[in-house]
Write a protein of this length. Structure first.
Length: 138
């Protein structure tokens, strides 16, 4: 909700800036919007697990895309796992950038990438940041 408040789509009613109170009627109206998926893509970031799920690929393949420089974080959040080791910094990615990856990387066999079996080597593992810019296909 905080992202939609900062973008001006919901009114801030006070409270915590990261978890603001918003009017329930506004939330209901927002939920009925036909352009809600596009609106969320513009304003709500995704963690790496969510980004991989959105692309339909394994997390290891998404991590490789990050390593290749195909997508970069737009921010980060710190999550405190008090019982499991403390604070972890999680990068956040623009949902719009994630959605556009198949469009801006047409040389990638996305069907193959989405069907790689668990335990199998990623087709992206053969690419290097410099080699992939030269047009290496996967």
């Amino acid at each position: 909700m905080g992202h939609l408040v900062r973008a001006g789509h919901l009114a801030y009613l006070g409270g915590d800036a990261d978890h603001p109170d918003v009017h329930p009627d506004q939330v209901e109206a927002m939920a009925r919007r036909r352009d809600l998926p596009a609106l969320l893509d513009r304003h709500v970031p995704l963690g790496p697990d969510q980004a991989a799920l959105r692309l339909g690929v394994r997390r290891v393949d998404f991590d490789r895309m990050v390593d290749l420089g195909w997508i970069t974080p737009t921010g980060a959040v710190e999550i405190d796992y008090k019982r499991q080791g403390g604070v972890t910094r999680v990068p956040l990615y623009s949902a719009q950038d994630v959605a556009l990856l198949p469009v801006i990387r047409p040389e990638v066999d996305w069907r193959e990438l989405r069907t790689v079996a668990p335990g199998r080597r990623s087709p992206l593992s053969a690419l290097s940041p410099t080699a992939e810019r030269g047009g290496t296909r996967c």
